[in-house]
Design a protein around this ligand. Structure first.
Ligand SMILES: Nc1nc2c(ncn2[C@@H]2O[C@H](COP(=O)(O)OP(=O)(O)O)[C@@H](O)[C@H]2O)c(=O)[nH]1
Ligand SMILES: [Mg+2]
Ligand SMILES: [Zn+2]
Length: 220
């Protein structure tokens, strides 16, 4: 991840394509592993008919993330995003087709960045942003529009460092073993926190999945 970023926005869409908790967790962990605390942006509020925006906001605000619910189409939430993006250097990361380029265009219509129609068949976006670059906004900020990536690998995050990328695990009870993987070990503080409801089950499932991937990558 580029150095000298003041903040990173993890951008997902509520619909077309719908964001999964696992995808959100992957992207958040990726940013946390670089030492930045991302802000979550959920776009396409205009298409949200079943309350996904409210559920996602509650889940991630509850563990200390800033969440911006926005719609490029209706303009909702864009003022809050503008306040953050129009100073310093920001990056927007997230899958293709969620509206990253559209958001930047909405903040600075003079830019006319290319945006893509969703390919109807797969529901995934076409890769219309070919490389990331820093774009100066007329309001003052610099913003990196990154090409989308569907499957986010955990580049270089060691399995043992993974729990530190989950902010809600910072102040739970310690585990019996210092090297606890928080999986099947006895007296695990993380599992206890999941069982008591302090840590959300889907976050724990994301942790286990990413842990297995990180451990497998280390063996290669
Ligand atoms: N309905 C709706 N469509 C949007 C919104 N924002 C972007 N889109 C559409 O989503 C598609 C992908 O947008 P794009 O900005 O290229 O996504 P990127 O790949 O993340 O840069 C385009 O067809 C946009 O018009 C929104 O708020 N609502
Ligand atoms: Mg784009
Ligand atoms: Zn543990």
């Amino acid at each position: 991840m580029a150095a000298n970023l003041d903040r990173v926005f993890v951008v997902v869409s509520l619909v077309d394509p719908p964001a999964s908790y696992e995808l959100i967790d992957r992207l958040l962990v990726l940013v946390e592993s670089s030492g930045l605390h991302p802000i979550l942006v959920t776009n396409k509020l205009d298409l949200d008919v079943d309350g996904a925006a409210a559920r996602i906001s509650e889940a991630y605000e509850g563990i200390g993330y800033g969440v911006l619910v926005v719609s490029v189409r209706s303009g909702e939430g864009l003022d809050a995003l503008r306040r953050d993006v129009c100073r310093g250097t920001s990056a927007l990361i997230g899958p293709s087709g969620v509206g990253k380029s559209s958001l930047i265009n909405a903040l600075d219509p003079g830019l006319a960045l290319r945006t893509g129609e969703l390919s109807g068949k797969t529901g995934t976006g076409r890769h219309t942003t070919s490389s990331s670059r820093l774009i100066p906004l007329s309001c003052g900020g610099l913003v990196a529009d990154t090409p989308g990536f569907g499957d986010v690998g955990l580049w270089g995050v060691a399995a043992a460092q993974l729990a530190a990328c989950f902010p809600e695990l910072a102040d739970i009870d310690p585990c019996r073993f210092r090297s606890c993987a928080h999986d099947q070990e006895p007296d695990c503080g993380v599992r206890a926190a999941v069982e008591s409801g302090r840590v959300r089950e889907s976050r724990y499932q994301s942790y286990l999945k990413l842990y297995a991937e990180a451990a497998a990558a280390a063996e290669r």
